[in-house]
Design a protein around this ligand. Sequence first.
Ligand code: NAD
Ligand code: TDX
Length: 358
Amino acid sequence: MGLISPLVREIPPRLTMNVLVTGGCGFIGSNLVRYLRQQRPGWKVITLDKLTYAGNLENLQALERDSGHAFVKGDIGNRELVDLLLAAHEVDAVLHLAAESHVDRSILGPEAFTVTNVLGTQVLLEAARARKLKRFVMVSTDEVYGSLGPTGAFSEDSPLKPSSPYSASKTAADLLALSYTHTFGLDVVVTRCSNNYGPFQFPEKLIPLMIANALEDKPLPVYGDGANVRDWIHVEDHCASILLALEKGQAGHVYNFGGAAERKNIDIVKGILQLLGKPESLIRYVKDRPGHDRRYAMDFTKAQRELGFTPAHKFEQGLADTVRWYVANRAWWERVRSGAYRSYYEEQYRARLTQGAA
Ligand code: NAD
Ligand code: TDX
């Protein structure tokens, strides 16, 4: 027929492109913004972040004087702002990471998860559709699939069975994004990735929480019997996968990404203690998380085949590097734990805002 369906078109690497990263001050987002500036120096990266408790502008300190990066403080749910941003920066593509991301918080208070993860995503999709953006990458999660038994792995065709308010809200956003391709022809690619670890992760998640507690000789709270399994991917491999999805993914498609590193929580905790030379007597088995998913494992052969994805980091080395990073950056996580990091934005912008007002 000679005609290529617009839904299977590849976006070739571009010399110049303006990319909006939502949630760029969080853990994965800040790693991604730095990664994009390194890997695609000709691109302009715009970060939109509300700076919730999980957003830390300090995470992007390395880019303070980088003219290829712009930071905008704001809510993805603010349509007027999003419209303005997309137009002012002539945005070509959105990499959507902004979210409420912690399962335990979603159990304590689910509402913010629906507001940001579902309604916020809806606003971005509408704005992207109105401006006919070239691509919208929806960063979803393996948690949309629910829990596995002792064997098997999730493929892109596995049924969606989210367990927590967090994963349910991510599933809604993931499906909403796909519906925009099917219904409106918006070019959407969805990524579903397993548990990330690495530098700049907020110390409420398993690995940084255990490292920080161990360094302070505080108890290490292990949920249930500690035998829950997660598949761990280094954050840099996740960043690489998001760039692959942007440049090579097929519109309307879903791609699984994982680290090929299934580990029991308790083994990770013991590994951290060993790396730090701390005693296992710090471990405390505590009441289990309600609805706690037992096991995640990812089949990412589609991403290998179609995008050329392979996780580059080996888990044991990556964990040792991560432990070293938290030891070397104690001031960073101490400011996060004390709440002092929240004043960074004001300190950073006070002078400029005053000058702007003058
Ligand atoms: P994070 O909590 O560290 O960062 C989230 C960022 O989003 C923060 O900077 C926060 O300020 C910002 N944000 C929250 N609500 C916002 C709003 N309404 N408007 C603008 N910004 C807002 O999260 P993370 O671990 O970096 O996760 C990033 C994304 O990747 C999320 O969508 C998450 O679901 C997904 N994901 C995470 C993992 C993981 O293991 N951490 C795995 C798979 C997928
Ligand atoms: O104190 C703890 N003790 C403990 O045993 C914490 C914080 C966690 N855990 C367990 C629960 C999980 O089995 O460790 C495992 C990992 O927990 P989290 O770090 O909270 O991650 P998880 O619930 O698996 O979700 C993460 O991966 C998928 C991210 O937070 C999500 O944003 C992502 O979508």
